[in-house]
Design a protein around this ligand. Sequence first.
Ligand code: KG4
Ligand code: ZN
Length: 347
Amino acid sequence: MTRILGIETSCDETSAAVLDGSGDDVAQRSLVILSQDVHRVFGGVVPEIASRAHLTSIVPVVARALADADTTMPEIDAVAVTYAPGLIGALLVGVCYAKALAFSRGIPVIPIHHMEGHLFATSLENPDATPPFTALLVSGGHTMLLDVEAWGRYRLLGATRDDAAGEAFDKVAKLLGLPYPGGRHIESLARKGDPARYRFSRPMVRRNDTPADPDYYAFSFSGLKTAVLNAVKKSDGTDKDKADIARGFQDALIGSLVEKTFRAADEYGRERVILGGGVACNAALAGAMLERMVTIGGRVFAPTPRLATDNAAMIARAGFHHYYRGERGALDLNAFASRPLPGLIAA
Ligand code: KG4
Ligand code: ZN
């Protein structure tokens, strides 16, 4: 049995978690997530404030995660930490703290790519959410469509050409006068909206697309955002208009995500779709994905909101995979704002 402490500080949540297990049989003992509320005031994450907030919270957050797991550092076998991608100052707090902790105890530090963490999140809750599967990772910073043949063997099929899916939600929320982050506000407004009033076209989806087409799996959301902006300018700004626009926007964006994910599952013969990232909290997305996947006998796994958004449990879970492969970070481990996902294979 191995016990791993996970640490995540790549953006605006300071998180620590303790997991027990061996190989792929892993159980979560604790998970602490401290969300930095201060960024709401600015309508977006302010990197320097994020770094400083991580500095003040990392020690108590780790202490709480150990206490909640009813354990202490001498019982921890390794520290898994997010080293990329993310805000460099924010990442450095986690990486430096993890290295110091590991060095002081004489245990290994295991560097984890944040997006690989998202791939593992759902498996913590559902034993069936394991490869092979098609993965759609949609957050404020990333939009990635992957074919996951096995843990550590990833085909990157598509990504966004401009805004990330969550970023599009946040920008449209701002246009509609909703608070930041706007995803869940759009979702609840869209529930009251008329789907027939604003029919924005699904970005990057054409009827005759073929797998040979370079955009077959690609995403783009900035054109949709502009279409929404034009609709907002023409509208009277009534609550009904706003709800109808939110609905039209969400339907188009989800339509694009579902179409591309379905194409990937179909092409690679996968029966499972795993969703991850903050936008995976959107029930309309999970619902539409399921509706489409059942047509090929498929299933859809979406993590609960605590594991969909940034958290250290998914980092510790990915840590098990690398720990059991004998991979260890060195003490000169650095943080990187961007870095390709490890384990990429040709698509
Ligand atoms: O993964 P996450 O917590 O942080 C990173 O960006 O890494 O994702 C945050 C994003 C935000 O853009 C937020 O608006 C979006 O996830 N989000 C949602 C919903 N809940 C959060 N988007 C659509 N519908 C939701 N219910
Ligand atoms: Zn994330």
